[in-house]
Design a protein around this ligand. Sequence first.
Ligand code: ADP
Ligand code: MG
Length: 251
Amino acid sequence: MSLIIKDLHASIGERQILKGLNFEMKPGKVQAIMGPNGSGKSTLSKVIAGHPDYTVTAGEILLNGENILEMEPDVRARAGIFMAFQYPSEIPGVTIANFLRAAVQARLPEGELIDAVEFYETLYAKMDMLEMKREFTTRFVNEGFSGGEKKRNEILQMAMLEPKYAILDETDSGLDIDALRIVSHGVNKLKGPHMGVLVITHYQRLLNYIVPDEVHVLMNGRIVQSGGKELALELEEKGYDWIKEDSLVAA
Ligand code: ADP
Ligand code: MG
């Protein structure tokens, strides 16, 4: 199992944003990518998901040796890549339970129907594990959700879909404490040998709750520095400027 990003170049319109990015997601690990605003963090997550606005001009993303850039977004999702976005859409009239049921159904082999009893058993077991109240599943997806509720929905999706690689692109404006706790509690409960989690974030605070195995710094479209969890603390203390100087020397 591996997800390897090699020499990725991507642009939006005329603008080159990713400029030779190399990265490997590892099953069983919690990895963090940090970087200043505008460095290309969300671009990276959108390119992995297959967002149509972005053009990949060079490089590849290999999932178990297969280049996912040639796959449609839904095929990527079914192959085990899960993406949680900064700004999730509302789906009025569709309850969380029905949405999850459709999402789980979509991952079954052709012709196989979801067993409703089994689905609800699994759903409630996961909700108990995540300490979520059952009435949450009757809400319409993201409609009028607080920041914390959006995160709860996202984590529940992740729990139900059991992705091999989960990528969480966290908002730069900062999660409130409630949302922080939900995300970190969820990731800490769900992480395990079969799931790799990539947390993409501008700021260090989230990493006080989700302790990463690795921290990588994305700047100007490339990973310019890698280290352990102490790197996040160093960034909190010193900002990003010292790395800028280092990576210019290295380049
Ligand atoms: P980050 O998530 O690290 O803050 P982004 O990947 O969102 O960075 O953005 C990288 C750069 O691409 C920024 O300079 C941003 O202004 C630009 N960009 C992002 N989306 C668009 C878009 N839809 N059109 C034009 N430029 C964009
Ligand atoms: Mg972003």
